[in-house]
Design a protein. Structure first.
Length: 188
């Protein structure tokens, strides 16, 4: 019985690791920075990863309680990565905890903003302007529309993915090019 619990926990950790790797790979797509004008900075990269963590947690929430432990493990993996990243950038031990706490507060503030964004395009553009483009003085309307399209398209796409596959650590994100093609005709 104890071994079953340990094995199940290990499988959840491995699945969360695969999900996290997939979402980070998606968030690191160069097209976000070149075609959608997301700031190519520490803040911009954090925001894209946070957006993708939100997208995946939102999908897992639809299958609660079955996915609750996996969602928590994914959440924990995200913040462990933020801790590791800060240390790699040279933050000292004393400052890392405070910075991770600020990142957590920022992430928790984005959740209701992005939840609201899923029901209203104006709220979506506002949430993206404040968060994803927060360090960019003037995000173009076309970039905002492309990312709004990306957000809603990913939610719809992820909602169709099999819960068992997600529990096994398998997720497929739509390529950004699909969302750019669905955005307005103006060039991004």
């Amino acid at each position: 019985m104890l071994f079953d619990h340990w094995r199940r926990r290990r499988m959840e950790e491995e699945a969360a690791e695969r999900l996290y790797e997939a979402l980070v790979k998606q968030a690191r797509s160069g097209a976000f920075y070149s075609d959608c004008q997301v700031p190519d900075s520490v803040d911009g990269r954090f925001e894209l990863i946070a957006l993708h963590v939100f997208l995946l947690l939102h999908r897992l929430k639809a299958s609660y309680p079955e996915t609750s432990r996996l969602a928590q493990t994914l959440h924990d993996r995200f913040f462990a990565d933020m801790d590791r990243s800060l240390r790699e950038m040279g933050a000292g031990d004393l400052g890392v905890g405070k910075r991770v706490k600020r990142m957590a507060e920022a992430f928790y503030g984005r959740i209701p903003a992005y939840e609201g964004a899923l029901v209203d395009d104006d709220l979506a553009e506002d949430a993206l302007r404040r968060n994803l483009y927060g360090t960019l003085p003037d995000a173009t309307p076309v970039a905002l529309k492309a990312m709004t399209t990306y957000l809603s398209s990913q939610v719809a796409h992820l909602s169709g993915q099999d819960t068992a596959a997600l529990m096994a650590g398998q997720v497929a994100f739509l390529p950004l090019a699909n969302c750019l093609a669905a955005a307005p005709d103006e060039a991004v």
